[in-house]
Design a protein around this ligand. Sequence first.
Ligand code: CP
Ligand code: NVA
Length: 309
Amino acid sequence: MQHKDLICIKHLQLAELEEIWQLAGQIKDKQKRGIPYTPLQGKTLAMIFLKASTRTRISFEVGMYQLGGKGIYLNGNDIQLGRGETLADTARILSGYVDGILIRTFAQSDVEELARYAAIPVINGLTDLLHPCQIIADMFTIREKRGKLAGLKAAYIGDGNNVAHSWLYGAAVAGINLTVCTPKGYEPKAEIMVEASKMADNCRLELEHDPRKAAQDADVLYTDVWTSMGQEGEEGQRLTAFQGFQIDSALLNLAKPDALLMHCLPAHRGEEVSSEAIDGPHSIIFEQAQNRLPVQKAILALLLGKKYT
Ligand code: CP
Ligand code: NVA
């Protein structure tokens, strides 16, 4: 990978994604066979979490351990960042102690500022705007299942949120035809739609408001929660606005017969996706979640395995 940091998929070339996926495939195979792979011996990762996490925290923390290093979980309230120490000062200090920083926060500008002042790699573990590590792992899963990405038809049905934004960039780089289907007023940010569309040489990125049209003949149906972390105050109005956007058996029946159902999790069963669909034959949701581990390990090995000073 060319960049020091992993902040947004738009900074990655397809060859760099392929490098991550190939290494992730090898790591997954080693994990299965119990063969150790420890390129990060003696390395440490500061893991700053200002929002809750199950999958991201655990895959990175376990990942660091299995790669021979150590992840240090830092809750925002436990470090001085929560008491007003600046991101720039935090970045400078951590750069002398650890070999990389993972951050889950609200503002995308937090990640960018941390990266600007850190001499070590900074990894975006989710912001209000983006969730790149999720989509890199999800494209690995689709590639594993279908043997290719370019030319596939995916439909993201739900909120035009951080996951949708990273999907747009991911689809543009990988050549996936992506329809983002949201209620009116919940579309992805227009500037991201424009930027990703400019990057999309070999595929179409489209907006839609009718889930049935979006699902038609899709290879992949994907959804995420209607209310993201930080939006809890809007939950009532969102529940109303998203009526009719649930992925259920009827919607899955409009997609290709072998369509894959995906969700980044956590899921609100009975809202954005029916329980029957999550547990049904199209769902690869739990496999998708398990793939976070080898993919996040590949990202760590590639970024923290390099020398920066
Ligand atoms: N999908 C995902 O990032 O899950 P967590 O919020 O549990 O980390
Ligand atoms: N859009 C969700 C994703 C959680 C992994 C959120 O930001 O809460």
